[in-house]
Design a protein around this ligand. Sequence first.
Ligand code: SER
Length: 314
Amino acid sequence: MLEKILVIGSNGQIGTELVTELRKNYGDSNVIACDIRRPDYDIKNAGPFEFVNVLEKDILNEIFRKYKPTQVYLLAALLSATGEQNPKLAWDLNMNGLLNVLDLAIEYKTARIYWPSSIAVFGPNSPKVQTPQYCVMDPNTVYGISKLAGERWCEYYFQRYGLDIRSIRYPGLISWKAAPGGGTTDYAIHIFHDALIKGSYKSFLSAETELPMMYMDDAIRGTIALMDAPAEKINIRSSYNLTGMSFTPEILADEIKKHIPNFTLGYTEFDPRQNIANSWPKSIDDSSAQADWGWKPEFDLSKMTADMLKNLKK
Ligand code: SER
């Protein structure tokens, strides 16, 4: 079948790389990049681009009518730290954006939808180590609340309307192509830039703050693998736990020192993002994704660090 794929939120950290990969697989003209902002690099030149605000349902409806997408990736969202600065906007965008897309997907019979969730769905009372797929979930950020509610909506639309929606709870995503969008795990990207430019970094998370992380190459590969899997393999219609590695700022700094021996890590004054990090898992059990659709990460801490530094140096 000829695929027509909408990627909404195409300018972000994930969208930037996902559009490139999907265009490789499906052809430039079959992947429509959509964002609220003009892309500042070559997405537009490589294929179709549309301005879209997911909260403007009429305009979104026009896009669905024009392209009749077979797949939609909805990536537009406010992340954890930015969300805390504007809780009502975060709720509105993350929730009503999702509901708008789900309703249009039913109306236009979109075959498959992808929507990302996050480790932010877990909270202070969730088990911290090897956090299981199913456990207590009491998120205390508006981002986490919106992602948990979104997961419930996804499962609801699957059960009630048969919508084929698939989702991953991403851990912190580390990448070099596009900047991260205001998350709690962003230190793990900033540290690489500062290591190369200044030889030192001040972390806003404390030395022993352990969080689950993943290299973007793995995230993109996993996302497309989930979307390509036969529907009968997808047993979870809320969102799959997924992880690549876990580390603290101190452990990451030690790894960077293997490449930049004089690198030094310091710490800022207390930052509110510390409270968010403290409420999240340290590591994730992703055995359901392994069993259902064959998930296996390729990048561990040392491979990721070497690749980040190699690419950022260029
Ligand atoms: N990286 C994200 C954040 O920090 C987690 O979903 O908000």
